[in-house]
Design a protein around this ligand. Structure first.
Ligand code: KIV
Length: 265
């Protein structure tokens, strides 16, 4: 596979070809994941839980994200690298610019921010200055305290209309991608059809243009119960590379996610 760029993913959106995304936080896994065929790697602030052992992403800092983005960039083969802005590192447009510049210099190709229409000015500023962004909507884990837990979002008419409206506003402001987490399948389908930029889903049904999972979750590390939207790919593989390859294959042929991984309104 040649180097994946936003152009590659935009072309997939037009032709309907699905693409696969996984998290990675270090150079060795970035290498394994990218060589197994994922189109994009997410250096997620989920590292606050998977690597650091916290019960939320809130303690993650810019220093952490810069370090892990640098590590991933060194091991990456040909995947596009998305990197998360951590909690409270993008509270104002100016702070957003400063911190996004640091992530881009660490090796990110796209920065990811959690939030809704309030990000409009920041997204427009990033776009004007040549920094592509991915807006994370739905269950935004940095707002877990506001939601009162990791709960499905957009289940009623008003909140689903508001999420669709946020997506349209942020696409117009210049967002290059949208990520939907834990939203009903029908809403994810409405949003995916309404916007022209690629939509990545996690717990958002099979209609989105792409899927993402946390690497440790799909490898069943640590062993045990996971969220509904996770599939244990180690159950059908002999090794990690095999598990990742079968994830990529199932995303591309549309067999993952199945109905058992999805949420209804
Ligand atoms: O931080 C992360 O890994 C994420 C995914 C759960 C989408 O944002």
């Amino acid at each position: 596979m040649s180097k994946v760029t936003l152009n590659t993913l935009n072309a997939y959106k037009k032709t309907g070809e699905k693409f696969a995304v996984l998290t990675a936080y270090d150079s060795t896994f970035a290498n394994v994941v990218s060589k197994a065929g994922v189109e994009a790697i997410l250096v997620g602030d989920s590292l606050g839980m998977t690597l650091q052992g916290n019960d939320s992403t809130l303690p993650v800092t810019m220093t952490d994200m810069i370090y892990h983005t640098q590590c991933v960039a060194k091991g990456n083969h040909n995947a596009l690298i998305l990197a998360d802005l951590p909690f409270m590192s993008y509270a104002t447009p100016e702070q957003t610019m400063t911190n996004c510049a640091k992530l881009m210099q660490a090796g990110a190709n796209v920065v990811k921010l959690e939030g809704g229409a309030w990000l409009e000015q920041s997204i427009a500023m990033l776009n004007e200055r040549g920094i592509p962004s991915c807006v994370h909507l739905g269950l935004t884990p940095q707002a877990v305290n506001k939601f009162g837990g990791y709960k499905v979002q957009g289940r009623d008419q008003a909140s689903s209309d508001a999420m669709l409206n946020d997506a349209l506003i942020l696409e117009k402001a210049g967002a290059s991608m949208i990520l939907l987490e834990c939203v009903p399948t029908e809403l994810a389908q409405r949003i995916t059809q309404a916007v022209n930029v690629p939509v990545i889903g996690i717990g958002a049904g099979a209609s989105t243009d792409a899927q993402v999972l946390v690497l440790q979750d799909m490898l069943n590390i640590p062993e045990g119960k996971k969220a509904r939207f996770v599939k244990n790919y180690m159950a059908q593989a002999n090794d990690i590379a095999g598990a990742i390859s079968s994830y990529v294959e199932e995303v591309k042929n549309g067999t993952f996610p199945g109905p058992e991984h999805c949420f209804e309104s």
